[in-house]
Design a binder for this molecule. Structure first.
Ligand SMILES: Cc1cc2nc3c(=O)[nH]c(=O)nc-3n(C[C@H](O)[C@H](O)[C@H](O)COP(=O)(O)O)c2cc1C
Length: 251
């Protein structure tokens, strides 16, 4: 259970935490931001974005000092970005990251993933409309439709690019190679200043909605195993949120 509170002597009530919270768990009151009961998933976007480092988790600072090591900083400093500038990322940067993703490990070195890239706000809108039309026709994911209608787009997150990775049915280690390759590409994109967010809703819809499969060029018998949303971020995260240590059984 996540318990978010705020250090009132630091908080300047700028509202960034409330605005960014992906589950709308926080509200602004006269006394400052407050957490409502339930719905927090503990992502700590609030803490990562707070310019005053005023967010507390269970009464303690919800952030950690930035590491010195650049790889560690890349891994710890990456956040799921849900605020983007309207202009799309450079096609060459996406191509570069996906070319490099071929260096990621893959079972039997088969590299089974084929990619589709949607680039630009207009095309992303077409993706969103096709996904919503499918949901409305079939009754799939009413909670997603509801949240989009209320102005919270957890499907495209306002991103201006989408990378979808697909594999043939029955491929060895189905889905794993794609997720590793896309994770590799994600860190490379972040290293070049782009923002990213994994699209779980997008993946589920891209795999099942015929109009989306066609738009992405997913062949019959192939499955969409990973979707990454990307774009030029319109915000920065000054802090790194704290995460619990790994749950390990040292056998
Ligand atoms: C497989 C997967 C699916 C996800 N799907 C979504 C999604 O559909 N919409 C969304 O807004 N965020 C999505 N996320 C982002 C998570 O909410 C986010 O990674 C998590 O809250 C931790 O926050 P951080 O990435 O900023 O550290 C997804 C992440 C993963 C790994």
């Amino acid at each position: 259970m996540v318990n978010i509170t705020f250090n009132s002597s630091r908080c300047v009530k700028c509202g960034k935490c409330v605005n960014l919270c992906p589950t709308k768990h926080l509200v602004m009151t006269d006394a400052g931001p407050e957490a409502r009961p339930g719905s927090c998933m503990g992502c700590l976007q609030c803490a990562a974005a707070c310019p005053q480092d005023a967010v507390l988790e269970s009464g303690r600072s919800a952030t950690v000092p930035a590491p010195f090591d650049t790889v560690e900083e890349l891994v710890m400093g990456r956040r799921s970005v849900r605020r983007y500038k309207p202009d799309a990322p450079d096609k060459r940067t996406l191509q570069w990251a996906l070319d490099r993703a071929a260096y990621a490990p893959s079972g039997g070195n088969r590299r089974p993933t084929r990619w589709a890239v949607v680039l630009g706000a207009e095309k992303m809108l077409a993706v969103k409309e096709a996904a919503l039309a499918y949901c409305k026709e079939t009754g799939f994911a009413p909670e997603l439709v509801n949240s989009i209608e209320k102005g919270r787009d957890s499907l495209t997150c306002g991103a201006t690019a989408l990378i979808a990775g697909f594999e043939p049915e029955g491929s060895l280690n189905h889905g794993t190679d794609t997720v590793i390759a896309l994770t590799t590409a994600e860190l490379l994109l972040v290293s070049r200043g782009l923002g990213t967010c994994w699209g779980g809703w997008m993946r589920r819809l891209a795999d099942r909605a015929p109009a989306l499969r066609e738009l992405l060029g997913v062949p019959e018998g192939w499955h969409v195993c990973g979707c990454l949303l990307a774009g030029k971020p319109s915000m920065e995260y000054p802090n790194i949120p704290a995460r619990p240590g790994a749950d390990i059984h040292w056998a």
